[in-house]
Design a protein. Structure first.
Lengths: 192, 192, 192, 192
DNA sequence: GATGAATGAGTGTTCATTCAT
DNA sequence: GATGAATGAACACTCATTCAT
């Protein structure tokens, strides 16, 4: 089933990342030991050290790979006019990015305490802040700022909370996106 | 600084809880060792075990103490008519409960991966589900259901994300509550 | 069931011994903690220390009480003529002593490694040697000496091994005694 | 004294077993800590865990190695006719197996309480029962059954009790074997 | 006659990491 | 491109024991 020993040659690095992400997301970073990762891959722990200098570096490498879509989105956003349409499109694209890397975002969300003081954590937080900066207007009322925070986090929360409930993933994504869009629209509507 | 050895007598249990919550919230559950807790209190690890059977039980005791307001709120909610006004009042009360136990909620949010397979985690999840059940109508559209989830989680996210930003806590609370209330109101508005 | 708190007053020492013997025999000395004993008695560990200076002393006290029959038997034996009849009678009496203190002997047998370097262990071994000295003739052939050792140990082994097998305890005791008696008789029969 | 660091390479597993058996037999299983074993070998505790998953597994590995002769004997016995001669030969071979693994059997005998709830203990008990089944006739009188039990246990007891007494080991073995053989012969002699 | 609170020394076990081969 | 063997530091937890009250 899936991949002979021969075929595995050369893609070990990738396989480590895959297994690590799976386990990190499932059990958390701290509770996932290198022994466990190695065992699943049927290699020795020492082999992991051939490909990565430390455990933390495995996580860092995941982050580098998986947050590229987010970086691209931020980059794109910065080049656009700060209109409501742009913001709506950002949310739209974000919801797709989220789906493409669900386990990674899940991991980031559920392991904040751990990830916070890992270099890698700062980076993620930075990205979130930059995302937020694309959405909110610094001069807006606090309520409007909260709406923006809400729009962003609702997308995470939605994906995570709705995970074990009900229907079609695409329907869910759309519903979540709809609510987030409403929030951002409201936040950008001039009040009398 | 604060409290002679004499005065400390008899309140060790409480002091363990305080320090534990502080460290758990700051560094996470796994990364906080009993040695660390003990050292801060200037007692031995064994002393902790006089007061709590396991590390997990320290956490459980925190939960028991700190989620009582939430339990009371759920109980109260169950006795009320399922009107929009009730739901708004639930959110209102919830925002106050949240403030009274911020570090605990922060901990719960940032350590989900860890806490998931602990009793504590399950209990917490149960409570959240029961809270949600007070707010949402099972027959509502998915979008409305998402609005309810959003209303609830936005309160958490708001508290957590706004922590290191700007102004008066009470202003923040009100802004967050306003957004959540909007969401719940929207979710309970009949659509044409 | 059996004994109000009031009635228990004053016999705590005895109750500690009873529970300790039970647990020591069941799980071994090392694996039985004072906490366990205390819990079963519904007193605190510290209470045990009111009655006994150390854990070892609990064991010592048991031994003192329970090996009195053995001491008396040895004393009696020393006053008798070294005839075959005496030896047979010693075995007979020993088999009865054994039954009266089965858990204690079981404990002694199954915890030799532990008990060996406890003061109390020396004593038990001494007693066994003195028993043996009543049965064997120093000038006898090695085979006859082995018969004596066998006679003695078969009684222990028999009681322990037959525990979870078959019928009436008194029948068992008699069968064991018969074999032991045969051995001692054989050992004391002059060879051509 | 015996073996440079270089030479030690590669036989650590064996050395752990040797030292463990020695200490287990000397002080008992519970009272022998992994620290002690490690110190004697001049390695760290963690090194032990490279070779064995748990403390119990060290014991299990000893048993596997040391009770192979016993297993072979049982297997051989099952293939033979149930005659007196076979039984005598079983005892004969058993006495030799016993000598080859004296410390292990001594350990098993003196740590019964501890070992009882370990896999090792159950396996050992099974083997003893199967040995016994080769020797005894289910329809025999209880006295004859006791003779069989006695024959078996006398061999153990003999080895253990005669340890610190007198002469040539081979003489002792023969004397013990003689007594055991008598018992089994007696047990298999039809009574009038 | 006993408890509440604590200690010091220890246990078995796990972890990320290293390095010669 | 990987392994076998090991380490050092830590961890949660348990134990027998003490002592002021």
């Amino acid at each position: 089933m899936g991949g002979s020993r021969q075929q595995r040659r050369g893609d070990t690095r990738q396989r480590i990342q895959d297994v690590a992400l799976e386990l990190f997301a499932e059990q958390g970073y701290e509770k996932t030991s290198l022994r466990e990762i190695a065992e699943r891959l049927e290699v020795t722990k020492a082999a992991l050290y051939y490909h990565f200098k430390t455990k933390e570096e495995i996580l860092a490498s995941l982050q580098e790979d998986l947050s590229r879509p987010m970086d691209e989105l931020i980059e794109w956003g910065k080049g656009q006019p700060r209109t409501l349409e742009t913001k709506q499109e950002i949310l739209n694209r974000y919801s797709e990015a989220l789906i493409g890397a669900t386990p990674f975002f899940r991991f980031m969300h559920e392991n904040q305490a751990t990830v916070r003081e890992l270099r890698t954590g700062e980076d993620f937080k930075d990205r979130m802040i930059r995302m937020l900066d694309l959405l909110r207007e610094p001069e807006a009322t606090m309520t409007d700022q909260v709406r923006c925070v809400s729009a962003l986090f609702s997308m995470h929360a939605g994906m995570l909370a709705l995970k074990d409930i009900e229907g079609d993933p695409e329907d869910k994504r759309k519903a979540i996106l709809e609510v987030a869009t409403e929030l951002i629209t409201q936040a950008n509507t001039p009040k009398p």
